[in-house]
Design a protein around this ligand. Structure first.
Ligand code: SF4
Ligand code: SF4
Ligand code: SF4
Length: 327
C-alpha cells in the first residue's frame, strides 16, 4: 500500500519548485471504480492526489500530448519540467520514448510508485454493476477491500487483478527521481502460457479467432489514444493521400488497422495493457502484443523500455541476428 501522506508531501514539495510547471497523478473519479488524472499546479492541488489499485491509466500520454503553442512576441518558452506519477510499466513507456527522443529526461520529474498490481476494471464493474459513486479500494493481505453501502466486501486479489499484472516483471519504476515507499518484490517471470496455447492452434482456427474479434472493432481508436507509445504526429490511419487503410469499418480494414498497429508497437510495447482496457469492443489486443513481445525476446533477447541509454530494437543492427524469415 502506498502511503498517501508521503505521496501528497512529495507532490507538494515537487510542485513548489521553481523549475516545475505541473505534476500529473491520480485523483478520485466521479463514478464507480474509476480514478481520474489529476493536475497539480500549486501545492494546494496536491491534496487531491491518491494512489490505489484503481490507478490503471498510463499517465505518460500527458507529457507526450503537450502542445507547443506559438509564442507571442518577446514571450519566452516555458521550459519548466513536467512531473508524472509512474508505476513500473508507465516508467518503461517513458524510457522507450526517451530512447526514441520523443521527450528529454531533463524536462521531467518522476515520482515513482512501487506497484503491486492494478485491478481489472471490467471485472469489478461486472461484480458491482449498480455502483455509481466513486468507491475506494484497499489492498490487504492478498485481498481487495471495498466499502460498499456501509458493508465491507473482501475479494481475493487473484479474482480481480488485471491480466497484465499477473506476470509483470517490472512493477518497480525503472527510472524515477523520488520513490514513494519500499520496492515491490518481483515474484514472477513471464510464461507466455496463453501465447503458447494459441500458437498450437491451426492457421484456420487462429483466423476464426481473430476474425470474430476484428469484426467487432468500431475503429474508435481508443486503443491508440490510451497508448503512450502511439504518439506519431499523424497516424497512418488518418492519412488520406496516400490512404494506407480505408476508414470504412469492415473486416478487411479492421484487420489491417489492428495488425498495422501491433507491428508498429513491436519492440516498443511495454505491456501496460492500456489499449486493451480502453477498447469498448473487448478485443484481446494484449494477445497480439504478447505474441510479438515473445518473438522479439526469443529472436533478439530484447525487452522494450528498460534503459534510456540503450538503442531501440529497430535502431540497432547485429550481423549475427537471425534472418531466416527474410525471403
Ligand atoms: S503491469 Fe506491472 S507496473 Fe503495470 S500496473 Fe501491472 S503490476 Fe503495476
Ligand atoms: S479501441 Fe478497440 S474498437 Fe476501438 S479501434 Fe481499437 S481495437 Fe478497434
Ligand atoms: S500497445 Fe497497449 S500495452 Fe503496449 S504500450 Fe501501448 S497501450 Fe501499453
Amino acid at each position: 500500500m502506498v502511503d498517501q501522506k508521503e505521496l501528497i508531501n512529495a507532490v507538494k514539495e515537487t510542485v513548489s519548485r521553481e523549475d516545475v510547471r505541473y505534476i500529473v497523478g491520480y485523483e478520485e473519479g466521479t463514478y464507480g471504480f474509476e480514478t481520474a488524472p489529476s493536475f497539480a499546479y500549486t501545492s494546494d492541488d496536491a491534496r487531491k492526489f491518491i494512489f490505489n489499485p484503481l490507478c490503471t491509466k498510463n499517465l505518460v500520454v500527458y507529457p507526450i500530448l503537450e502542445e507547443k503553442l506559438p509564442l507571442k512576441r518577446e514571450e519566452q518558452e516555458d521550459d519548466r519540467k513536467i512531473g508524472i506519477v509512474v508505476k513500473g510499466c508507465d516508467s518503461r513507456a517513458l524510457v522507450q520514448i526517451l530512447q526514441e527522443k520523443g521527450l528529454k529526461r531533463e524536462n521531467l520529474v518522476l515520482i515513482g510508485i512501487p506497484c503491486t498490481g492494478v485491478v481489472n476494471t471490467k471485472k469489478i464493474k461486472d461484480k458491482f454493476p449498480n455502483q455509481t459513486e466513486y468507491t475506494d479500494v484497499k489492498e490487504e493481505k492478498n485481498h481487495y477491500v471495498f466499502s460498499i453501502e456501509e458493508s465491507v466486501q473482501k475479494i481475493p486479489k487473484k479474482e480481480l487483478l488485471a491480466d497484465v499484472c499477473k506476470e509483470c516483471e517490472y512493477p518497480n519504476p525503472v527510472i524515477f527521481d523520488i520513490l514513494i515507499g519500499e520496492e515491490t518484490e518481483v515474484e514472477t517471470e513471464p510464461t507466455y502460457i496463453e501465447v503458447r496455447e494459441f500458437e498450437e492452434k491451426s492457421l484456420s482456427e487462429k483466423w476464426e479467432y481473430w476474425k470474430k474479434h476484428f469484426e467487432n472493432c468500431i475503429r474508435c481508436y481508443a486503443c491508440r489514444e490510451a497508448c503512450p507509445l502511439c504518439y506519431c504526429k499523424t497516424c497512418m490511419a488518418d492519412f488520406l493521400d496516400p490512404q494506407w487503410i480505408r476508414r470504412s469499418v469492415d473486416l478487411s480494414e479492421n484487420t489491417a488497422w489492428n495488425i498495422m498497429r501491433a507491428f508498429h508497437l513491436a519492440g516498443r510495447c511495454v505491456s501496460c495493457g492500456e489499449c486493451e482496457r480502453a477498447c469498448p469492443a473487448e478485443i484481446p489486443l494484449m494477445k497480439l502484443n504478447k505474441v510479438l513481445e515473445k518473438e522479439i525476446r526469443e529472436l533478439y533477447d530484447y525487452t522494450a523500455g528498460l534503459d534510456p541509454e540503450e538503442k531501440t530494437l529497430f535502431g540497432t543492427f547485429n550481423p549475427d541476428d537471425p534472418e531466416e524469415f527474410i525471403m
